[in-house]
Design a protein around this ligand. Structure first.
Ligand SMILES: CC(=O)N[C@H]1[C@@H](OP(=O)(O)O)O[C@H](CO)[C@@H](O)[C@@H]1O
Ligand SMILES: [Mg+2]
Length: 611
């Protein structure tokens, strides 16, 4: 950074002091904390976004959200140029930035990192950052903190003000030079060296994309970097048109959905997803989407509603009851990157049948596997491509889902918790389907496979490959291409996931009950244990084995061995200050007992008294 940039950084960062006595960590999914603690973190992540943009020469996203956390929390995370999560290689820098105790430390860190990464800060190269936020009341003010390091895209008042400021600085500089002859002061006016086309400290431009779901912002970043249209309208247009395309490719004999099956009721978690889903729903005519618990309905975000609540508590969200028995119900989380379905039983016990991320993954796998087999059976398709289909889960996936997927003959891979790991693994396949049990996931298509599908479908339309029109091979290629456009390629997206579930159910002619019968979940239990230092738990093998503290894994093994179909693991949470315990067994009672015994072991080895 030149002197002008440095002095601007020092002055702007001094307005955003980090909270005392709090250690912030980028964690599983960005920084999250009580919103009052976050202005300095968001300001600093704004700096990181600009540097990442300069380093990659691409547009970067900055999203302000705390997903399923309570409404008083907020958070911030970065979308990389491909629309995915921030490169893990930059996470330690993010942690160091957020925790730097003073503006001087911050400056040192940045200078060191800029040097190490070879980032060009010449004031000419321009960084570009897209900003988004969910509906949390603190989002607006935090967004302002993120913009401090950037300029205003549209110029407007910001640009006029900058121009006036620059003129004033130049006049002052001339006056100082003429009358005081203090060259030392020159550095302070380095700001006025900027040419009129650049804005902000590093010439970064920030564009406020408004209130969005997290996946919408990721989608926009990916689209912009691919040179595609990337407005919110484009997002809705792409999703709705590919949904219609898939709908039109459903064979007439399979299309036997009646009025009831045409409807899905969606819990919007009192957040941003419900509002956006209403817009999307208005563009579809083959599906009726009734949205409840939308942000404008006045309920509290994530309070007794939302995908996290429904999945963890296995109860109906607020506003749903026995009147909804028999209808397909779904729930989004606060920023609409998670999706689960559920069935409300006729009697009003509050309990539901959960159709979770594992079952969404299984539905997608069954459909895609069938389309691939149509493609492979069709000898009329030239250069048939043996596409590699892989699925990715975490240790939280219900064991019954893993068995089911393996019985389908699929390659099942495991990664640690956190979509950044699952996404990376899924990207190794021609088609990679990944889901966390909590409903966060998507289907990735490799560029080469999409290219192959595009070529085949063009040949098909020109008749050059000899396929009869209307053959299943042709339709399978068209369907897979439409799926690659419908399902968000950047990140898990509840809205695009919901449309894909809906159209596959219509294609299969399945009710939610039929879908839920694909396999029966093994009873499971999740618990949280408060410990002195959760990071004392070190795991291996996709978090299924504890390697430290010594002896804990042996004790878990001895306990688990007592239960039929017993499986149990512990790991430190990346988003909460707890150690999580997960247990599965052949009965609910056994799963509960196993989880409780292992929670006691965790407490013995690491409990609050053990520090
Ligand atoms: C058991 C569980 O649901 N863990 C969640 C939770 O992470 P933890 O590291 O377990 O706190 O939040 C993550 C971010 O949303 C999500 O990716 C993950 O699946
Ligand atoms: Mg979320």
């Amino acid at each position: 950074m030149n002197d002008g940039q440095q002095s601007l950084l020092l002055s702007s960062s001094s307005r955003f002091s980090p909270p005392q006595g709090v250690k912030l960590s980028y964690g599983t999914a960005g920084f999250r904390a009580d919103a009052s603690l976050l202005p300095s973190t968001v300001y600093r992540v704004g700096i990181l976004a600009a540097l990442r943009s300069l380093k990659t020469g691409s547009i970067i996203g900055l999203m302000i959200t705390a997903s399923h956390n309570k409404v008083s929390d907020n958070g911030v995370k970065i979308a990389d140029p491909n629309g995915g999560m921030l490169s893990q290689h930059w996470e330690p820098f993010a942690d160091a930035l957020a925790n730097a105790p003073s503006p001087q430390h911050l400056l040192l860190l940045i200078n060191e990192f800029v040097g190490k990464e070879g980032i060009l800060m010449d004031g000419v190269s321009q960084a570009e950052v897209l900003l988004g936020r969910d509906t949390r009341p603190s989002g607006d003010a935090l967004l302002e903190a993120a913009r401090q390091f950037h300029g205003d895209k549209c110029g407007g008042l910001g640009a006029v003000f900058m121009d006036m400021l620059k003129t004033l600085m130049m006049l002052l500089k001339a006056w100082f030079l003429k009358y005081l002859q203090l060259p030392l002061w020159l550095d302070l006016f380095a700001f006025s060296h900027y040419d009129n086309n650049t804005v902000g400290v590093v010439g970064a431009v920030a564009t406020d994309m408004g209130i969005l779901t997290t996946p919408q912002l990721h989608w926009m970043v990916r689209a912009r970097n691919k040179g595609m249209q990337a407005s919110e309208q484009d997002y809705f247009e792409q999703l709705s048109s590919s949904f219609r395309c898939l709908k039109d490719l459903i064979p007439a004999e399979k299309s036997k959905f009646d009025g009831l099956n045409n409807k899905v009721i969606v819990d919007g978690s009192n957040g941003v997803g419900g509002v956006k889903l209403k817009v999307l729903g208005s563009l579809l005519n083959a599906l009726v989407i009734e949205v409840r618990n939308s942000s404008e309905d006045g309920g509290v975000l994530n309070d007794g509603v939302g995908a996290d609540y429904v999945q963890k508590e296995k109860v109906a969200p607020h506003g749903f009851g026995s009147k909804d028995a028999g209808i397909r119900c779904a729930s989004l989380d606060g920023d609409a990157d998670r999706l689960v379905y559920f069935i409300v039983p006729p009697e009003s016990s509050g309990r539901i049948d959960l159709v979770d991320g594992d079952k969404i993954l299984s539905l997608f796998a069954v459909f895609i596997r069938e389309q691939l087999s149509f493609l492979n059976e069709n000898e009329g398709i030239k250069n048939s491509h043996q596409a590699r289909l892989g699925v990715v889960q975490t240790a939280y996936a219900n064991g019954a889902s893993t068995n089911y997927l393996k019985q389908l003959g699929l390659e099942v891979n495991f990664t640690p918790t956190g979509v950044k790991y699952l996404h990376e693994k899924a990207a190794e396949f021609d088609i990679g389907i990944y889901f966390e049990a909590n409903g966060h996931g998507t289907v990735l298509f490799s560029e080469s496979f999409v290219g192959w599908l595009e070529t085949r479908t063009k040949e098909i339309s020109s008749g050059s490959n000899g396929l009869s029109s209307g053959s299943e091979g042709k339709k399978a290629a068209l369907r897979l291409l439409a799926v690659s456009k419908l399902i968000n390629q950047a990140v898990g997206d509840a809205l695009s996931g919901l449309l894909l579930v809906e159209v596959i159910l219509q294609y299969m002619g399945w009710s939610i009950h039929r879908w839920n019968e694909l396999y029966h979940d093994l009873p499971s239990r999740q618990l949280k244990v408060k410990v002195a230092d959760r990071n004392a738990v070190i795991t291996a093998n996709a978090e299924t084995v504890v390697v430290s503290p010594p002896g804990l894994q042996e004790a878990i093994n001895a306990e688990t061995g007592k239960y039929h179909q017993g499986r149990c693991f512990v790991r430190p949470s990346g988003t909460e200050d707890v150690v999580r315990v997960y247990a599965e067994a052949s009965t609910q009672e056994a799963a509960d007992t196993l989880a409780n015994s292992v929670a006691k072991l965790v407490d013995q080895f690491l409990g609050l008294g053990s520090s």
